[in-house]
Design a protein around this ligand. Structure first.
Ligand code: ZN
Length: 324
């Protein structure tokens, strides 16, 4: 079997109190009954959380199995890897999410069990008026000031915050205090890690009648107090007029394509993660043709070479994410 075609995976839905139905209404996902759909994990290979291929000769394989047994074909120049290094999901935040921070790679490697660090980036897909993003501390806030506000229960007073608009992109490096506010639907690309230290939970009570645990000491140990306020990124032009670079960090590169006519994607000995945000996109591979609808994600294995992508009428917006 040759791993040379666009891989589609079964989304893994996560239901939490803070979810809703906007993954269906904003992104066009087919959701079962229920009004608490918080996350759709599109691409994941982290311990027991495994994306599963839905079509082609690798149908039924997990992403972890592909990385282990067909790593060179999948990852190209980035082979070998112990796991797929990135995790991609959509989120529907109907309530403010907890204020949290993630460790970097060095800090996470010392944990039991060891994990990766977590640098993440958000692409805002929908924002209710007056919704908020909290990213970074206000300038000059040091550990003593932060401890004081944690003790007083006034942490939000020292968080940098802004009102996001659809299309905004925010890079949240490991060590940055952050929270997504209510009323947002975002796409999130992150290192494949599950280590979160919660600093503040808006004084809420959990479903069991108790506040959720906080991890103040662990959080304070990994906060980058030099980070300061974090705002939306300024997209940069690329050599291709229809492609802008949103993020170029040492963990991932994130490009946004405004596709009006057929273009080759990939062919650089890398695996590409492609997510469609608007307009359906045709993904052609030899004689076979796939249609990626809005809200759908695929992995283009390195071995597939360049793959033609084209809008299915009009313009399509897609994210192209890959390792540096
Ligand atoms: Zn986070």
């Amino acid at each position: 079997m040759i791993l040379d075609y666009p891989l589609r995976f079964q989304p893994i839905f996560r239901r939490y109190l803070w979810g809703g139905r906007r993954l269906a209404t904003v992104l066009g996902k087919t959701l079962p009954e229920g009004d608490d759909y918080a996350e759709s994990w599109e691409i994941v290979d982290h311990r027991a959380d495994q994306s599963m291929v839905v079509a082609g000769c690798f149908a039924g394989w997990t992403l972890g199995d592909l990385v282990r047994q067909h790593g060179a074909a999948l990852l190209g120049r980035h082979h070998p890897q112990p796991q797929f290094p990135l995790l991609f999901k959509f989120l529907d935040a109907q309530r403010d999410l907890s204020v949290q921070v993630h460790p970097n790679d060095v800090q996470a490697a010392r944990l039991t069990p060891p994990d990766r660090g977590k640098t993440e980036a958000w692409i805002v897909l929908y924002a209710e008026p007056s919704s908020r993003i909290y990213a970074g501390l206000q300038a000059g806030v040091d550990e003593d000031a932060l401890r004081h506000h944690l003790w007083q229960g006034t942490l939000p007073a020292v968080l940098h915050q802004f009102e996001p608009a659809a299309g905004d992109v925010v890079l949240v490096p490991a060590g940055t205090v952050h929270a997504l506010g209510k009323g947002l639907v975002v796409a999130e690309i992150q290192q494949a890690s599950d280590t979160t230290f919660r600093l503040f939970d808006w004084k809420r009570i959990g479903p069991d009648g108790k506040p959720r645990p906080l991890h103040i000491d662990q959080a304070l140990a990994v906060i980058d107090f030099d980070r300061g306020p974090v705002g939306p990124v300024m997209p940069e032009a690329t050599t291709r007029p229809d492609v802008e670079r949103l993020v170029n960090c040492d963990k991932f590169i994130l490009d946004r394509w405004q596709l009006t006519d057929p273009q080759p994607l990939g062919g650089d000995q890398r695996c590409h993660l492609v997510a469609v945000l608007a307009g359906a996109t045709r993904v052609d591979r030899d004689a076979t043709e796939n249609l990626l609808a809005r809200g759908e994600t695929a992995l283009m294995p390195a071995q597939a070479g360049p793959i033609n992508v084209s809008p299915n009428g009009g313009t399509a917006t897609l994210l192209d994410i890959y390792l540096p």
